[in-house]
Design a protein around this ligand. Sequence first.
Ligand code: FMN
Length: 359
Amino acid sequence: MSFDSSLYRRLADWAAARLLLTGKPETAVTVRFCGGPGWLRGILLHEVSSAGAVDLSIKIGALRLRNPILAASGTFGYGLEFAHLVDLNRLGGFVTKGLSREPIEGAPAPRLYPTASGMLNAVGLQNVGVRAFVAEKLPVLRKFDTATIANVFGYTLEDYVEVIRVLEDAEGLAGYELNVSCPNVKKGGMQFGSDPALVAEVVGAARKAASKRPLWVKLSPLVTDIGLIARAAEEAGADAVTVANTYPAMAIDFRSGKSRLGNPTGGLSGPAIKPITLRLVWETKKAVKSPIIGLGGVETVEDVLDYLAVGASAVQVGTASFTDPRASQRLVEALTNVLFEAKTFTLNEIRDKFLAENG
Ligand SMILES: Cc1cc2nc3c(=O)[nH]c(=O)nc-3n(C[C@H](O)[C@H](O)[C@H](O)COP(=O)(O)O)c2cc1C
């Protein structure tokens, strides 16, 4: 029997659109395709699309998220800039651009430079400042049913505490993510995140200030033993750890002798860093009991599953949003479909299998 693949494609598109519009899978007529490239098999189901019923919800500590896909800090603005492209209500959540005590103008242009399988950035932590965020962005964000995590940074302990203090008084946030990859100006510019004692100090102070909401700590990948740092964060009161930030890197033009960025160096992100960060997540998993949010080069649903397999409870999507602004939502849909199709495994089974093989 031969199939008119374009007819099935149209039916599938129609069914998917209807499912999206009505949000009622039981009323949708769904066409499912299976099989490899080169051939197509259509199955017309007149009732339920169970894909719509796949429950992807997860818990990170006390915080329940709709699914394990969040958009990453610095790559998704304040969420609002993406609201016309991405259905924010379908994401597990998103992390805001890093917020500081005062507004920061950021680094000179150029701020981005593409590298092999990755991207270099030196944005200089540009942001509107925590007060403008609370006054101008949060009131609009509150209209969306999504978990908004505020990314917090500073150059002194007091900076971190003050940003959290301002956020504590505001409504509409699901939690905080502390970026500890910043230089501590009182300790000669040494990164907070590179020393367990400094991490304990900043997380402890933030924990005291953040009495209302969960506190995640986003670790720097530039450390010898990430397990040691993650344990310091956990013992100081972190509810979860995010692994990890970008890798310090540089790109130059040898002809002119100049950096490709406005700054001499930047941070490397994208697919190039995924295998390195994947290992860091696994090392962290062996060291702490706290939930882990993995990020670094997540582009495909296989990347998501890899991170979940080595022990992450959720992932964030960063650089991928630059090439496809809908990347985070696309991954939610892809993960839903994979779990619907794969009747033979659950996320727990994938994780258990990896841990049994490598434990
Ligand atoms: C342009 C850009 C800006 C970023 N800004 C922040 C930031 O403000 N705070 C932060 O914690 N991480 C920031 N990051 C790091 C990302 O959140 C993420 O950790 C990193 O890019 C690795 O993930 P990816 O490979 O999926 O991009 C930024 C990354 C990029 C590319």
